[in-house]
Design a protein around this ligand. Structure first.
Ligand SMILES: *[C@@H]1O[C@H](CO)[C@@H](O)[C@H](O)[C@H]1NC(C)=O
Ligand SMILES: *[C@@H]1O[C@H](CO)[C@@H](O)[C@H](O)[C@H]1NC(C)=O
Ligand SMILES: *[C@@H]1O[C@H](CO)[C@@H](O)[C@H](O)[C@H]1NC(C)=O
Ligand SMILES: *[C@@H]1O[C@H](CO)[C@@H](O)[C@H](O)[C@H]1NC(C)=O
Length: 515
C-alpha cells in the first residue's frame, strides 16, 4: 500500500521524468554546487514538448537543483490571474530580429577530450549537445588551423612562397578531432547546423613577424594568397561532406596589435579588414564553387569596438555587399554598455549581429573550471538575454568540452566549459552552464523571432526575460537572479495568460501554442 502510494506520488510529482540529472555535489557543503554526471549507460535527457491547446510547458533549472525540470501550467484568460507579484506583457504584433542559432566551438581541445571517451559515452555527449533530447545546438564554430586550445601551433601550409596554396593540406587534428565530431553533429541535427569558421593566424611565413603566435600583420602582397587559403579550407571540408554557412575574417583581430600577446593572432584594424574583404576575401570566396555561399562576418572581437567597426566596414559599398554581419565576444562587455549593440543594429538594420565567443573562467583570479557553480550559468543566461534584447541573433559558446583542468591548451590558458570530460572515469560532467545554454538553444530554434514585451511590477534588473514566437508558439525565458521565489503572470495582448512560479536563482522557459 505504502509502496503504491509512493509510486503514485512519484508519478504525480512535477518534473518526475524518466531520466533526471544524476547529481554530483562539490564542496563546500550546502553550497548547491551540482553537476549532472553522464557515462556510457546513463545521461539525463530533456522531455519533449508536445503542445496541447490548454496547457503551457515550463522548464526550469535552478541553483537549488532543478535541471531542465518539466512542469505544466494551465492557460487562462488575461486578467483572471490573482496573487501574482508581477506581469510580463507580450505583444506579438511588434517583432524584431530572427534567431540565427546557439552553439559552441569544435576546437582541438574539445575533439581531444570527446575522443578520449568510450564510443557509447562519446555518443551520449554528442546527443546531449546536438540531439533531439539534448540542447539541440544549431551553430558551430570551427577554427581554421590551430588556436590556443590546440596542443601545438600548426598551419595548413608551411611551404614558404606557395602563394597558389598548391601544397595546402588539412592537419591530423582536422581528421582526428574536428571532422568526425562535426559529421556526427550534422547527422544528429539533420544538417540543421550553421557552421562558421575563424582563422587565428595565417601561416608564420605569411606574417611580417614570421610566426603564428604574437602580434603581427599579414605581409604586404599576400592578400590574394591568404584569401585562397580560406577557399582551400572550404574545399577540403566540403570534400568530407561538411558545408559552411559563414566565416569570420579573423578571430580577435585587434589582439594582433598587443605587444605582450603570446597566442596565435593576426592584426587587422577596421579599415584593413574592410579593404581585405572588398578587394580579396569577398571576390575570391565568391569565385569558388565551395565558398560562393559562405557569408562573411566582420569584427569577431569585443563589442567595445562597436559601432565604430561596423560603421567603418559598411562605409565602403563593395565591402558592405560582401559582409553579412559582425561577431562579438563577451570578454570586455563591462567596458561598453549593451546598448552599443542596439545602436549598431539601428545604424545597419540589414546586417546581423552574432555573439561568436564566450567562456567563463578566463580571467584571473578565477581561471579554469568551477564545478557546479550556478553563478556561471547565471552569467551565461544574463549575457544571452541582454544580447537578444539588443538585436543579437544568436550566441556561440567557446570550447564544446574541456578536461577537468580546463584544457588541453598549449598556451596554458585554462578556462571553464559547459561540458567537462573526466576521462579516467569515462564520464562527463554537465555544468550549470550547459543548462543555461540549453534553455535557449533547445527552444529558440533558428527562425524564431523576438517580440515586444514589457513588465509591470517586475524588477527588470534582477528578473530578466526575453520573448519569442516560432511557428505559432510563444517562448518566454526568464532569469531570476534573486534568491526569492516569484509568481509571475505572462499575458499576451488580447489573449491568454499563464501563471508561472519562478524558483529562486533560476532560469525558466515557458512555451505554449497560440490559442
Ligand atoms: C553510470 O551512471 C549511472 C547513473 O548515475 C550509475 O548508476 C552507473 O553506476 C554509472 N556507471 C558507471 C560505469 O559508472
Ligand atoms: C544519420 O546516420 C544514420 C546512420 O548512419 C543514417 O541512417 C541517417 O540517414 C543519417 N541522417 C542524416 C540526417 O544524415
Ligand atoms: C588602420 O591602419 C592603417 C595603416 O596603419 C591606417 O592608415 C588607418 O588609419 C587605420 N585605421 C583606423 C580606423 O585606425
Ligand atoms: C573523475 O573521476 C575520478 C575517478 O573516478 C574521480 O576520483 C574524480 O573525483 C572525478 N573528477 C570529478 C571532477 O568529478
Amino acid at each position: 500500500m505504502f509502496l503504491l502510494l509512493f509510486l503514485v506520488l512519484l508519478l504525480l510529482l512535477p518534473g518526475a521524468s524518466s531520466s533526471p540529472c544524476a547529481k554530483r555535489f562539490f564542496p563546500p557543503e550546502g553550497a548547491n554546487h551540482i553537476v549532472c554526471v553522464c557515462n556510457a549507460t546513463y545521461c539525463d535527457e530533456y522531455k519533449d514538448v508536445e503542445l496541447s491547446s490548454n496547457s503551457a510547458h515550463i522548464f526550469s533549472s535552478s541553483e537549488g537543483g532543478d535541471r531542465m525540470t518539466a512542469k505544466t501550467a494551465r492557460i487562462s484568460k488575461v486578467g483572471t490571474l490573482r496573487g501574482v507579484s508581477g506581469r510580463i506583457k507580450l505583444d506579438p504584433r511588434v517583432s524584431y530580429q530572427e534567431i540565427i542559432g546557439f552553439g559552441g566551438a569544435f576546437t582541438d581541445a574539445a575533439g581531444i577530450n570527446i575522443g578520449s571517451l568510450s564510443e557509447s559515452t562519446r555518443d551520449r555527449l554528442m546527443q546531449t549537445m546536438f540531439g533531439k533530447k539534448g540542447a539541440r545546438y544549431s551553430t558551430g564554430r570551427v577554427p581554421i588551423a590551430s588556436t590556443d586550445f590546440s596542443k601545438t601551433r600548426y598551419s595548413y601550409n608551411d611551404n614558404e612562397g606557395d602563394e597558389k596554396m598548391s601544397k595546402f593540406a588539412l592537419a591530423d587534428e582536422d581528421r582526428m578531432y574536428k571532422i568526425p565530431l562535426i559529421t556526427r553533429a550534422l547527422n544528429l541535427t539533420g544538417g540543421d547546423l550553421r557552421l562558421f569558421s575563424s582563422p587565428w593566424s595565417s601561416p608564420g611565413w605569411m606574417k611580417d613577424t614570421g610566426k603564428m603566435e604574437g602580434p603581427g600583420k599579414l605581409r604586404k602582397g599576400l592578400e590574394e594568397a591568404w584569401a585562397k587559403y580560406y577557399v582551400r579550407f572550404f574545399e577540403e571540408y566540403l570534400s568530407h561532406g561538411i558545408p559552411f554557412w559563414a566565416t569570420t575574417v579573423q578571430n580577435e583581430p585587434t589582439s594582433g596589435s598587443l605587444p605582450s600577446y603570446g597566442w596565435q593572432t593576426m592584426f587587422w584594424n577596421s579599415t584593413g579588414e574592410r579593404t581585405f574583404v572588398a578587394q580579396h576575401l569577398g571576390p575570391v570566396l565568391a569565385a569558388s564553387e565551395a565558398s560562393k555561399n559562405v557569408k562573411i562576418i566582420a569584427l569577431d572581437d569585443n563589442r567595445f569596438w562597436l559601432p565604430m567597426w561596423a560603421n567603418e566596414v559598411y562605409s565602403d559599398p563593395i565591402a558592405a555587399s560582401f559582409i553579412s554581419g559582425v561577431g562579438v565576444h563577451w570578454y570586455f562587455d563591462a567596458l561598453a554598455p549593451v546598448s552599443t549593440l542596439r545602436r549598431t543594429h539601428e545604424a545597419h538594420p540589414d546586417k546581423f549581429i552574432l555573439a561568436t565567443e564566450a567562456c567563463a573562467g578566463s580571467l584571473p583570479p578565477f581561471h579554469g573550471p568551477a564545478f557546479g557553480e550556478w553563478e556561471r550559468a547565471e552569467g551565461y543566461a544574463k549575457s544571452i538575454i541582454l544580447d537578444l534584447n539588443n538585436f543579437v541573433g544568436g550566441w556561440t559558446d567557446w570550447n564544446i568540452a574541456l578536461d577537468t583542468e580546463g584544457g588541453p591548451t598549449w598556451a596554458k590558458n585554462f578556462v571553464d566549459s559547459p561540458i567537462i570530460v573526466n576521462a579516467t572515469a569515462d564520464e562527463f560532467l554537465k555544468q550549470p552552464m550547459h543548462y543555461a545554454m540549453a534553455h535557449f538553444s533547445r527552444f529558440l530554434r533558428p527562425g524564431s523571432r523576438r517580440i515586444q514585451s514589457s513588465t509591470v511590477d517586475v524588477d527588470d534588473e534582477r528578473v530578466m526575460h526575453t520573448a519569442f514566437v516560432f511557428d505559432g508558439q510563444r517562448i518566454v525565458t526568464i532569469l531570476n537572479t534573486v534568491n526569492v521565489e516569484k509568481e509571475i503572470a505572462i499575458e499576451e495582448v488580447g489573449g491568454t495568460a499563464i501563471n508561472v512560479n519562478i524558483e529562486p536563482n533560476s532560469i525558466t522557459t515557458v512555451i505554449w501554442k497560440k490559442q
